[in-house]
Design a binder for this molecule. Structure first.
Ligand SMILES: O=c1ccn([C@@H]2O[C@H](COP(=O)(O)OP(=O)(O)O[C@H]3O[C@H](CO)[C@@H](O)[C@H](O)[C@H]3O)[C@@H](O)[C@H]2O)c(=O)[nH]1
Length: 479
C-alpha cells in the first residue's frame, strides 16, 4: 500500500538524475509504504542527451518508482543560451507550472524531492503545504562553503565576489585547512553567477525541510560536524542534514553498442593488476583540440597502459558531449597505431564498472563529485584535473585535506580564454606519480574505500541517516 508519495524533480544532468534515481532505490527498499514519481524533463535542443536519459529510465525498474514525462519545450531562439547553468534554470522555470499542476492533483502527497539547482520548486511545495527535501549531489564541504558565504552576505552585508578579491585564503567551517581563493568555484567569485542565481539558490537550501548529502561521515566528518555550529551558518537554523552516501550510479548506461563495450571490458580484464590509467572527465566536460593533443602526448610519454574516454563538444551549447565519429581526426597523427597494444580511446563507458576492474590502477579525473565517490568506493587513487563548477574545490579537498589524490592541476584556469594549456609534461608527470604502486595515496584510498562500503551497510552511518530521513518524511506526513 502506497501511503507516502514523493514527487522527484531533477533536471537532465546525468551527474544529478542518475544519482537521484539511485537514492530512490534504498528509500523504497527500506519502506514499502513510500512511492516516488520522478518528473522527467528533457532539453529542447539535445536529442543525444534525451536518448541517454531514456536509456537511463529504461534501465531503472524498481517497485514504487514511477516516471512521468513533463512536456519538452519547443526548440525556439529562446533556448540560445550559452551558459549551461542558466539553461537549466530556464528549463526549471518553464516546468514550474506543470509541476504545480501535477503536485496539486497528487493525492496523499508527502513532499517534493529536488536537487541542488531546483530550489525554485520549493515555492510549489510551500503553496501546497508539503515539505521539500533537497538532494545535494556534491559534497558536504562544498555545501558548507555555500551556506557560509550566504550567511556572510545576508547577515554581515559582505559582497562575496568583492570579499574574495581581496583575500588569498578563506577560513571555512567545512574545511580543515584555509582554502585558497584560486580554488573557489566561479559560482562564488564571479558576480554574474553569485548575484544572479547562486545566492538565491543557496537561500533556498534553508527553506528545505532536510538536505540529503551524497557523502559519508568518515569522508567528511569535519564538514558534517560543522553544520551543528550555528555561529558559522547564521541566525536561522539549518534544516537537518542527512549524509546518506555514497549513492553511486550503478545503472551503467552506455549508448555505445554493447559489443564495443564488452570488447573494451574484455581488454581491460586481460591487463595486469593496477596497470591501466583511466582518464575520464564526467558527463559534461570536453577539451579544446589543442588540449586533446597535449593529453595524448602526455599519456604516450608516460608509457603506461591507458583507457581514455574522449568526447567532442555538444552540437549546441547546453547539450551533452558526443562520441567522436572519427577519433583519428582528433588525435595526433599515428597515435592510435603507436599505442594500439597498450591503450584504448573510447566514447561513453560504464564508469563504475571500469573503476571496479582490478586492472585499473589510477584515475585521471575532473573531480566531479560522483566520479570522486566512485573512485573512492573502488579504492582507485585520483590525479586531479578540475574543469568547471565546484571541481577545483573537490580537487583541493582530495589532495590537500584527504590525501587520496595527486594533482595534475588544481584549478581550471586553463579553461579560460588565453590561458595556458596543461602541457604534456604535466600530464605525464601526474600519470607517473599516481601510477606508482607504492604510493601512500593508494593505501589511504583503500582505507576510505573500506569505510565507504561499511557506511551504507546495516549499522553504518549512512544507513542510519537514511533511516532518519525516511522517518522524517513519514512522520511529517502523518502529523
Ligand atoms: O563516460 C562516462 C562519463 C561519465 N559517467 C558517469 O557520469 C557521472 C558523472 O558525474 P560527475 O563525476 O559528478 O561529473 P559531471 O557529470 O561533470 O557532474 C556535474 O554534477 C556533479 C554533482 O553535482 C558535480 O560535482 C560536477 O562538478 C558537475 O559537473 C558519473 O556517475 C560517471 O560514472 C559514465 O558512466 N561514463
Amino acid at each position: 500500500m502506497e501511503k507516502f508519495k514523493l514527487l522527484m524533480m531533477v533536471p537532465p544532468l546525468m551527474g544529478h538524475l542518475a544519482q537521484a534515481l539511485e537514492l530512490a532505490k534504498p528509500m523504497l527498499a527500506r519502506n514499502n509504504q513510500l512511492s516516488i514519481t520522478a518528473l522527467i524533463m528533457e532539453l529542447p535542443i539535445d536529442p543525444h542527451g534525451t536518448a541517454r536519459i531514456q536509456s537511463l529510465i529504461a534501465a531503472t525498474n524498481v517497485e514504487g518508482l514511477h516516471f512521468h514525462h513533463l512536456p519538452t519545450p519547443e526548440d525556439t531562439s529562446d533556448w540560445n543560451i550559452t551558459h549551461r547553468g542558466l539553461f537549466t534554470l530556464k528549463l526549471l522555470e518553464y516546468q514550474k507550472p506543470h509541476v504545480r499542476e501535477i503536485a496539486s492533483k497528487t493525492q496523499k502527497l508527502s513532499g517534493l524531492l529536488i536537487d541542488l539547482v531546483s530550489t525554485t520548486m520549493i515555492d510549489v511545495a510551500d503553496e501546497l503545504g508539503v515539505p521539500t527535501y533537497l538532494f545535494f549531489t556534491s559534497g558536504a564541504a562544498f555545501l558548507g562553503l555555500m551556506l557560509h558565504l550566504q550567511t556572510l552576505e545576508d547577515e554581515q552585508n559582505q559582497d562575496i565576489p568583492d570579499l574574495v578579491k581581496g583575500e588569498s585564503h578563506l577560513i571555512l567551517p567545512s574545511f580543515a585547512k584555509p582554502v585558497p581563493i584560486g580554488v573557489l568555484p566561479a559560482a562564488a567569485t564571479q558576480k554574474e553567477y553569485w548575484s544572479t542565481f547562486v545566492l538565491k539558490m543557496t537561500r533556498g537550501y534553508r527553506r528545505a525541510k532536510g538536505i540529503i548529502v551524497n557523502t559519508f561521515s568518515d569522508l567528511e566528518s569535519n564538514a558534517i560536524s560543522s553544520f551543528s555550529l550555528d555561529s558559522y551558518y547564521g541566525k536561522s537554523s539549518l534544516p537537518p542534514i542527512f549524509p546518506v552516501g555514497p549513492i553511486l550510479n550503478r545503472s551503467q548506461i552506455h549508448p555505445q553498442s554493447s559489443e564495443d563495450c564488452s570488447a573494451m571490458m574484455k581488454w581491460l580484464d586481460c591487463q595486469p593488476k593496477n596497470s591501466v590509467v583511466f582518464l575520464c572527465f564526467g558527463s559534461l566536460a570536453t577539451f579544446h583540440p589543442d588540449q586533446v593533443q597535449e593529453i595524448a602526448y602526455g599519456i604516450e610519454r608516460s608509457g603506461h597502459r591507458f583507457l581514455w574516454v574522449l568526447r567532442q563538444p555538444p552540437v549546441k551549447e547546453g547539450g551533452f558531449p558526443r562520441d567522436y565519429e572519427n577519433l583519428e581526426l582528433a588525435l595526433p597523427e599515428g597515435f592510435l597505431d603507436r599505442t594500439a597494444s597498450i591503450g584504448k580511446v573510447v566514447g561513453w563507458v560504464p564508469q563504475l564498472a571500469v573503476l571496479s576492474r582490478s586492472a585499473v590502477g589510477a584515475f585521471v579525473s575532473h573531480c566531479g563529485w560522483n566520479s570522486t565517490l566512485e573512485s573512492i568506493f573502488c579504492g582507485v587513487p585520483i590525479a586531479t584535473w578540475p574543469v568547471q563548477a565546484e571541481q577545483q574545490l573537490n580537487a583541493f579537498q582530495l589532495v590537500r585535506e584527504l590525501g587520496i589524490a595527486v594533482e595534475i592541476s588544481l584549478d581550471y584556469n586553463q579553461q579560460k580564454e588565453n590561458q595556458a594549456l596543461v602541457r604534456a609534461e604535466q600530464v605525464e608527470k601526474g600519470i607517473r606519480e599516481i601510477m606508482d604502486v607504492e604510493n601512500e595515496v593508494r593505501i589511504r584510498v583503500k582505507e576510505f574505500s573500506e569505510k565507504s562500503r561499511l557506511a551504507t551497510k546495516e549499522g553504518g552511518s549512512s544507513y542510519f541517516a537514511l533511516g532518519n530521513l525516511i522517518q522524517d518524511i513519514c512522520s511529517r506526513s502523518s502529523a
